[in-house]
Design a protein around this ligand. Structure first.
Ligand code: PLP
Length: 422
């Protein structure tokens, strides 16, 4: 270990980690294509795309150029009372690819903050309609929406952090998550708990918030498009807004630009983040319909009460524009479909292991759910020895690689996963 690493280990926190008993961390010196280069010279294929973000891989010439061009003009200016081309261009690009009805964009600095803003939009909407009793949120179990307080309040109440902060969290409503993974397996019982909660509580519910089709950090679960269709219908019937959190699923990850498209469902409010900048910088956005926007202003006072210091950071907006252009110019549908087919093919054999509870694949996401919790440090050591970077959590060993991964590179990831399972 080098001197700086010893200092780092003694002083710098890592995500969901102990400062006193630090878990192993690997020092990265550079990244190129789909590989990370460790300080000690080892190279690993990044099967995590840096937590869903680096869809184009690393050191991407088009994205580097966008940052450099913008850097020569200005790195940042405040967004209060000022504006700039990168923000306008990014809003235009987002609205062009977003689900029907999305009309307005609020830029936030991270996914969690965008969830806070989406919640504020929903609450302010009903306040301005004179219905301030509509203050609660309805969601489903196994969700994940971020680590800030508003977002934590709608994360899974068991695997989330409710037990640590229960006194500080708003009391929201949790329906059972659907069991069916596809429309073919759909059974109407899957919506029963959700329907019962919205029927009973709609007068106090401002919005439903959901991850569409794939629940990410709350358990890497896949659910049927039919569930989202029925949620949309119930929201309309009971006067409840629908917030769709596409932070993990957006920008092609599940095979369509946004996962909600597979249900044919349009949100009232939508959050995007993660892959928005191709993994270059932190940026998120909240999109909403004209109805939500006009509703917030209905009482004549209405201003949306949020304004981050680094709102619409020009560097981040510029690289996000370049990332969307690069995505649209690439054969991303074919790439994601090819990744999906290969993951399904090469992870299937793990089903036979008695240590494996389930194997599931959706778009460029491949998940092996073990029966027992994974020993993260030991498994990572084995994976790295095979040239692969993954970060398992709980009972889950999973990958969501950059879209530019070759079949040879992906084959190494799946072979390493199967080997670890064996
Ligand atoms: C990662 C994630 C968030 C939080 O985003 P951060 O940028 O980490 O704050 C929210 N919702 C979903 C679905 C996510 O996957």
């Amino acid at each position: 270990m080098q001197e700086w690493q010893r200092f780092e280990q003694a002083h710098v926190w890592h995500p969901y980690a102990s400062m006193c008993h630090p878990a192993p961390v690997y020092a990265v010196a550079g990244a190129e294509g789909v590989s990370l280069q460790f300080e000690d010279g080892r190279r690993v294929i990044d099967g995590m795309a840096s937590w869903w973000c680096a869809i184009h891989g690393y050191n991407v010439p088009e994205l580097n150029a966008a940052v450099e061009r913008q850097l020569g003009r200005m790195a940042h200016v405040m967004f209060g009372g000022l504006t700039h081309r990168p923000a306008a261009e990014l809003a235009e690009k987002l609205l062009a690819i977003a689900p029907a009805g999305m009309q307005h964009v609020f830029f936030a600095d991270s996914g969690s903050v965008s969830v806070e803003v989406a919640i504020k939009m929903a609450l302010q909407f009903w306040q301005a309609q004179g219905r301030s009793e509509k203050q609660r949120l309805l969601t489903i179990r196994h969700g994940y929406h971020g680590d800030t307080f508003g977002a934590m309040g709608v994360c899974d109440p068991v695997s989330g952090m409710h037990h640590l902060f229960s006194g500080m969290l708003s009391q929201h409503l949790f329906a059972d998550a659907p069991a069916a993974a596809t429309d073919a397996e759909w059974c109407d019982d899957d919506i029963a708990s959700f329907r019962q909660l919205i029927e009973t509580h709609h007068h106090e519910i401002a919005a439903v918030i959901l991850e569409p089709l794939v629940q990410g950090a709350g358990g890497m679960r896949v659910y049927a498009p039919e569930f989202l269709r029925q949620v949309r219908r119930l929201c309309d019937r009971f006067d409840v807004l629908l917030i769709i959190d596409e932070i993990a699923t957006g920008f092609g990850r599940t095979g369509t630009m946004f996962a909600c498209e597979q249900s044919g469902v349009d949100p009232d409010i939508m959050c995007v983040g993660k892959a928005l900048t191709g993994g270059y910088m932190t940026l998120a956005a909240v999109l909403c319909t004209a109805r939500v926007c006009e509703g917030i202003h209905a009482d004549g006072r209405g201003v949306l009460m949020h304004g981050p210091t680094f709102m619409a950071n020009p560097l981040a907006c510029a690289v996000a524009c370049a990332s969307i252009e690069l995505l649209l110019a690439s054969p991303w549908q074919q790439r994601v479909a090819a990744i999906e087919a290969q993951l399904a093919d090469e992870l299937a054999c793990c089903r036979e292991s008695e240590r494996v509870a389930d194997v599931r694949v959706k778009g460029a996401i491949g998940v092996i759910e073990m029966v027992e919790p994974v020993d993260v440090a030991a498994v990572q050591r084995q994976l790295i020895a095979m040239g692969v970077w993954l970060r398992p959590f709980g009972r889950l060993l999973y990958t969501m690689p950059p879209f530019v991964v070759t079949s040879g590179e992906l084959g190494r990831v799946t072979a390493a996963m199967c080997s670890v399972v064996r």
